[in-house]
Design a protein around this ligand. Structure first.
Ligand SMILES: [Ca+2]
Ligand SMILES: [Ca+2]
Length: 258
């Protein structure tokens, strides 16, 4: 081997070592993905702080609103915010953006969407769940069992949270034989990690009806005709017994037209 060979081989080795660095494709950046809002239900006509949970949100620099011309949005912060271990990150997200949002009083449910903007581009639009004309009820814990239900007057829309693992929310609804009730959970459609199961019991604690997600209908919906006069108990819980401060849901109880 000539005396030039070693430096030559060394140079080749160094060059080879350098190749992966030089030829490494630029880091692939994923655009932000909005999963859901906390609180899940937004109030038109009020300025409120909203955390948006999702993926690749830590570098988001702005949030845009569409579908409500007079809406005002102020970007506050973006950060990584990992879910607890063993929670499904695809549903709970790994980061969040905080904004201040003021929707006009006439903001229309289903029409207002948010888009997060970051260095890798824009998120798909996220449709906000907005209060409609139904009377609003705030969930009151503890409501964890048949002995401590929260009484509801129909119609209403309860704004609730599966506040921790194995949280059960029980509501009491008075009814008469032949009354029709429609009970609808609004959660998964709006990205909430709650996978709700709803069970309606009569006053003797026999199951009258139950529902969970079904194909084409990601949220539980119960349509029942009450079999007798009395107090009915509705239990809502997460199918996987998961829960936490960001597990919001809206429970809409109405009497459909006969
Ligand atoms: Ca609860
Ligand atoms: Ca509860």
């Amino acid at each position: 081997m000539s005396r030039f060979a070693i430096p030559f081989i060394l140079a080749l080795t160094l060059a080879a070592a350098a190749v992966p660095q030089d030829k490494k494709p630029p880091e692939k950046k994923d655009p932000p993905k909005l999963l859901y809002a906390v609180p899940l239900v937004l109030k038109p006509g009020e300025k409120q702080k909203v955390a948006l949970r999702g993926k690749f949100l830590a570098t988001v620099t702005a949030v845009k609103v569409t579908g409500a011309d007079a809406a005002k949005v102020t970007f506050r912060s973006a950060k990584a915010a990992a879910p607890p271990n063993n929670y499904p990150a695809d549903r709970i997200g790994d980061s969040e953006v905080e904004i201040e949002l003021e929707l006009p009083k006439d903001a229309k449910p289903g029409e207002v969407k948010l888009v997060a903007v970051g260095p890798a581009g824009e998120s798909a639009p996220y449709t906000l769940l907005i209060r409609d004309g139904l009377p609003v009820v705030a969930e009151k814990e503890p409501n964890d069992g048949f002995d401590q239900p929260q009484a509801l007057a129909v119609p209403c829309a309860v704004e609730a949270t599966i506040k921790g693992e194995r949280d059960v929310d029980v509501f009491k609804i008075e009814g008469k034989k032949g009354d029709k009730l429609r009970i609808e959970v609004q959660a998964a459609r709006y990205g909430s990690p709650v996978d709700a199961v709803c069970v309606l019991y009569d006053s003797s604690r026999a199951v009258v009806a139950s529902a969970s997600e079904s194909p084409g209908a990601p949220d539980a919906i119960l349509s029942v005709t009450l079999p007798s006069d009395g107090a009915y108990l509705l239990a809502v819980q997460d199918a996987n017994d998961l829960g936490g401060g960001t597990f919001g849901y809206r429970l809409v109880v109405t009497r459909p037209e006969k």
